[in-house]
Ligand binder design. Structure first.
Ligand code: SF4
Length: 293
């Protein structure tokens, strides 16, 4: 079987040639390279998905407060606050869960980089929100839920192959932007989209994040990172809503990734994780830096 691809077009061709669904092909490929059987891979997937749930629950249950004071229990406020303006359980949970996982990261808790620590809340937060708000039959041991994470991972893999997942190389479009594209693909999968539809949702989501600066205040992965995880869950959810309404991305996923790479290469170093530009260079940002040094 041919396991090599670097674009969505090639990936979908390989899966078709193999006569396998997209998640089945990706798992078979992982099995080939890792030497692990499907049962072992699925057990590991379930374990990692549980880690995301433990983080999510922790941030909702116990307000997370970091030593810098920039992280201050936002997810608990989102989940439990009464002044909530939008009547939609999926939306509220998506914001609260995504923020929660990232606040746990900001406070040194255990998370799964998905694709990075700074963007770890977006995809798991949105997928768990869908599970809790819409489909309780899903869970870490459910193959369909696992497959949604596999499809999301394929989006991250393709971005890594042709661009980057590092804020230091491509700005936050490469971290939170990639995470939102992964989340959109995973949710589209759960809603029954074919692989083409999943990658179209990913393209819609990623397009809206192009050019995003990486400017972490005081060099800590807190501001703008944590709240951006909630914003990116909304971005991904919007992409899936567009896709489900029959609205497609004019620019296909592979070309969006190419544009992302070109934009990242053109970004000045000050907004590529150096903490020297953007929000990090504001008076308030500088005062936080002085406080923690
Ligand atoms: S702003 Fe930079 S450090 Fe923060 S999540 Fe984005 S890429 Fe990561």
């Amino acid at each position: 079987m041919n396991w090599k691809f670097s674009t969505v077009v090639e990936l979908l061709d390989r899966a078709r040639e193999a006569g396998l669904s997209l998640p089945a092909y990706l798992l078979a490929r992982e099995s080939f390279y890792s030497g692990k059987g499907e049962d072992e891979l699925r057990a590991e997937l379930a374990r990692r998905i549980r880690v995301t749930k433990t983080a999510l629950d922790r941030g909702i249950r116990e307000p997370q407060r970091s030593f810098s004071s920039m992280t201050d229990g936002g997810a608990a406020k989102l989940a439990h606050g009464e002044a909530w303006p939008v009547e939609d359980e999926l939306f509220r949970r998506a914001l609260a869960y995504s923020l929660s996982i990232n606040e746990v990261n900001a406070c040194g808790g255990k998370v799964i980089a998905f694709p990075t620590a700074g963007s770890c809340g977006v995809a798991p937060g949105l997928l768990w929100a869908y599970r809790d708000a819409r489909d309780p039959s899903l869970g870490p041991d459910s193959p369909r839920f696992q497959d949604a994470f596999v499809v999301a991972s394929a989006v991250g893999m393709l971005i890594a192959l042709r661009a980057t997942l590092a804020g230091s190389a491509g700005g936050c479009q490469a971290e939170c932007g990639a995470a939102a594209a992964m989340a959109a693909a995973g949710l589209a999968f759960l809603l029954g989209e074919e692989p083409e539809g999943c990658f179209d949702a990913a393209a819609l989501s990623l397009k809206n994040c192009l050019g995003l600066a990486c400017d972490p205040v005081a060099g800590l992965v807190e501001v703008p990172c944590a709240k951006r995880n909630a914003f990116m869950a909304a971005n991904a959810l919007t992409a899936v809503c567009l896709r489900r309404a029959g609205i497609s991305s004019v620019i296909p996923f592979d070309e969006v990734v190419g544009a992302m790479k070109a934009i990242g290469d053109a970004m000045p170093a000050a907004i590529r994780e150096s903490a020297e530009g953007g929000l990090a260079a504001t008076p308030t940002g500088m005062s936080f830096r002085a406080k923690i040094q």
